[in-house]
Design a protein around this ligand. Structure first.
Ligand code: NAD
Ligand code: WQD
Length: 338
C-alpha cells in the first residue's frame, strides 16, 4: 500500500514508518518539523535501506496539503498534532487551531483525492476522570481534563460523523496508553524539546546526566507504593499495532473501528525508576513532591478487543522499554541534535 504518515518525523510516527517499510509498504512523510526532526526520517531510511520522502508542510496549509495528497495514497496514518498537556491548557487557541485545523485540511484533501482510509492517533486521555479501570472501548461519555485531550475527543467525533455521512470511509481510532522505549538499534527514539513533561524521557535524562534528579509527583496515591500507576507500552508494539489496524480496516467492512493500544498492566512511578536503574546500571536520584494537578491515581487498558479483533497484543516488557530507552539515550545524549 502507498501510505502517507503525518507527523512521521516525530516519536511514534518515525517508529511506525520503519515498521511499515519493513512490512513492504511504500511510505511518505508529511511533517512541519515543529516537534519532529528530519534526521529521524533520514535514519529510518537508513535502517530500512531506502529513502523516505519527507514533505515539510504544515497541515493547516490547505494548498500545500492538497499538493501532497495529489501524489496519490491508499491510506493515511495521522499522527501530526501538538501534544503537551500542560501547554495546551495555557494555549488553547493554538492547540485547537493546529490539531483540529490540520485534521480538517487533511480530510478535505483526502476526500478530493479519493483516499478515505485513515488511522488516527487517539489517546487514553479520552476516557476522562470517571471511567472505571481498566478502560474499555465502549465507555461513554468521552471527556478529557485538558485542551489537548479535548482535541482527541473532538477528532474522534468528527471522524465518526464523516464516516456516518459517507460510507466509503474506513477509520481506525487507536487509543494509546503511555508509549515509551525506542527502536532497539538506538538510532531512533524520543527527543523531547526542553524539559521533558513525561516520566520516562525525564528518567533517561537523569540517567545520562542531563538533569540532577527526578521529581516524583505524589507519594500518597491509593496504590501499593503510593505513586501513580500507568499502562506503559513499548513504542515498537504501538507501531506494530498501527500496521495490523490498517490491515484490518482495509480488509474489513467500512466504517469506524476503535481499539485500545495498551498492555493491560499498571506500573508505578517507583517501579519504573527501579526498572530503569537495572537497565542502565545508573542510580536515579529522586524526591517525592506534591501531586501534579490533573493526574489520575492509576489507569490501564483492557486490551481484549485488540487481541480478539486484530490478533495484536503487547510483546515487550517494562524491562525491554527501559533497556531500549537507555540504548537510545546513551548513544544520543543530546537527541538528534548532537
Ligand atoms: P511528536 O510530537 O513526536 O510527533 C508529532 C509530529 O507532528 C511532530 O513531528 C510534529 O512536528 C508534527 N506536527 C504537529 N503539528 C503539525 C502540523 N500542523 N503539520 C505538520 N506536522 C505537524 O508526538 P508523538 O509522541 O509521536 O505523538 C504522535 C501522536 O500520538 C500525536 O497525535 C499524539 O497526540 C498522539 N499520542 C501520543 C502519546 C504519547 O504519549 N506520546 C499518547 C497518546 C497519543
Ligand atoms: C506518568 C506518571 C506522573 C513526570 C501523558 C498525557 C496523556 C498521554 C501520555 C498523549 C504520572 C509521573 C511524570 C515526572 C513524575 N499523552 N511523573 N515525574 O501523565 O500518564 O500521560 O502522556 O495522549 O494524555 O497526559 O504520562 O509520562 O507525564 O506521567 O512523577 O517528572 O509519572 O505524575 O503519574 P501521563 P507522564
Amino acid at each position: 500500500m502507498r501510505v502517507l504518515v503525518t507527523g512521521g518525523a516525530g516519536y511514534i510516527g518515525s517508529h511506525t514508518v520503519l515498521t511499515l517499510l519493513e512490512q513492504g509498504h511504500d511510505v511518505e512523510v508529511v511533517d512541519n518539523l515543529v516537534n519532529g526532526k528530519a534526521e529521524a526520517v533520514r535514519r529510518v531510511g537508513e535502517l530500512a535501506g531506502r529513502d523516505v520522502p519527507l514533505h515539510e508542510v504544515d497541515l493547516t496549509d490547505a494548498d500545500a496539503t492538497d499538493a501532497v495528497l495529489a501524489r496519490g495514497f491508499d491510506a493515511v496514518i495521522h499522527f501530526a498534532a501538538l501534544k503537551a498537556v500542560g501547554e495546551s491548557t495555557q494555549k488553547p487557541l493554538e492547540y485547537y487551531a493546529n490539531n483540529m485545523g490540520s485534521t480538517f485540511t487533511l480530510m478535505d484533501a483526502m476526500r478530493r483525492h479519493d483516499c478515505r482510509t485513515i488511522v488516527f492517533s487517539s489517546s487514553a486521555t479520552v476516557y476522562g476522570a470517571k471511567a472505571p479501570v481498566p478502560y474499555v472501548e465502549d465507555y461513554e461519555p468521552l471527556d478529557s481534563s485538558s485542551t489537548y485531550g479535548q482535541t482527541k475527543v473532538m477528532t474522534e467525533r468528527i471522524l465518526t460523523d464523516v464516516a456516518a455521512a459517507d460510507p466509503a470511509w474506513r477509520v481506525a481510532l487507536l487509543r494509546y496508553f503511555n508509549p515509551v522505549g525506542a527502536h532497539p538499534s538506538g538510532r531512533i527514539g524520543e527527543d523531547p524539546q526542553g524539559i521533558p513533561n513525561n516520566l520516562v524521557p525525564f528518567i533517561a535524562q537523569v540517567a545520562v546526566g542531563r538533569r540532577d534528579r527526578l521529581s516524583v509527583f505524589g507519594g500518597d496515591y491509593p496504590t501499593a507504593d503510593g505513586t501513580a500507576e500507568r499502562d506503559y507500552i513499548h513504542v515498537q508494539d504501538v507501531a506494530e499495532g498501527h500496521v495490523v489496524a490498517l490491515d484490518a480496516i482495509v480488509g474489513g467492512d467500512a466504517g469506524v473501528r476503535v481499539w485500545n493500544l495498551g498492555s493491560g498492566q499498571g506500573t508505578s512511578v517507583l517501579e519504573m525508576i527501579h526498572a530503569f536503574e537495572r537497565a542502565s546500571g545508573r542510580e536515579i536520584p529522586y524526591e517525592v513532591v506534591d501531586r501534579r494537578p490533573g493526574d489520575l491515581p492509576a489507569f490501564w487498558a483492557d486490551p481484549t478487543k485488540a487481541e480478539q479483533e486484530l490478533g495484536w497484543r503487547t510483546s515487550r516488557t517494562v524491562d525491554d522499554m527501559c533497556r531500549d530507552t537507555w540504548t537510545w539515550q546513551s548513544q544520543n545524549p543530546q537527541g538528534y541534535d548532537a
